[in-house]
Design a protein around this ligand. Sequence first.
Ligand SMILES: NC(=O)c1ccc[n+]([C@@H]2O[C@H](COP(=O)([O-])OP(=O)(O)OC[C@H]3O[C@@H](n4cnc5c(N)ncnc54)[C@H](O)[C@@H]3O)[C@@H](O)[C@H]2O)c1
Length: 253
Amino acid sequence: MAKKLRLENKVAIITGAGSGIGRATALIFSREGAKILVADWSDTGGKETVEQIKKEKGEAIFVKTDVSNAENVNKMADICLAEFGRIDILVNNAGIVKFGPLHETSESDWDTVLNVNLKSVFLCSKKVIPGMLKQGGGKIVNVSSIAGLVGFDQIGSYCASKGGIIALTREMALEYAPRKININCIAPGVIKTAMTKDMIADPAQRQFFESSTPYPRLGESEDIAMATVYLASGESDFVAGEVLVVDGGWTIK
Ligand SMILES: NC(=O)c1ccc[n+]([C@@H]2O[C@H](COP(=O)([O-])OP(=O)(O)OC[C@H]3O[C@@H](n4cnc5c(N)ncnc54)[C@H](O)[C@@H]3O)[C@@H](O)[C@H]2O)c1
């Protein structure tokens, strides 16, 4: 008997799926039977992800989207409905980081990070929730970070945005769990992606990351993607407003 796929016939929007964690999530969701809308600011990255999914005989479309812009977000979700007829899963993954001392952070950089990382969760969720309510349920997975749980030097706006995602996830879960929209978040540790490439290339930083992680390696995008499949599938129906930490043990010390 053929193995039952964990996301069979589900339709998923994954933001920031043009790279790193979002791309790995899109590929693994597709292998589990989902149709994917890749929403990313990057044309090149977004199209590459779709190509990779199609190469594996999956179904995917790319919509160039700035997740911090309501008009872009609404159009992207409308395209998903027109193409696939429904939205079962939303993964709010797109994110950016800006480095520097808090007292030297410009107001504009602060706003950009908060808008891309946190306001986007509000905008995308606001747009898809009415359809999920009509369908009788859905799944939303927000990608936070361990930087939302513990302090990290020189990335104040990022920490604030990721802590905000955790608080918003709990609120949203409380609000929508009674109507079967299951909302949780993931808090990755240090994962090898474009976002961390320069830091990992620096020997001192790499040594700090490795010595802070009890499990003897840094994280891969697939580590996060596998946890996201769980939170997007029926396997996690009774999990609400949870923060699933996937960090090789960084925060248990
Ligand atoms: N890499 C890590 O160590 C790590 C750790 C914790 C949390 N995270 C979170 O995981 C998520 C994915 O990060 P990643 O490591 O894969 O980084 P990445 O840079 O590889 O991917 C981020 C993707 O988001 C897209 N993006 C950026 N701004 C956007 C916008 N305004 N609209 C649409 N798309 C936009 C980028 O084009 C890119 O494709 C982020 O939310 C990040 O904060 C990453």
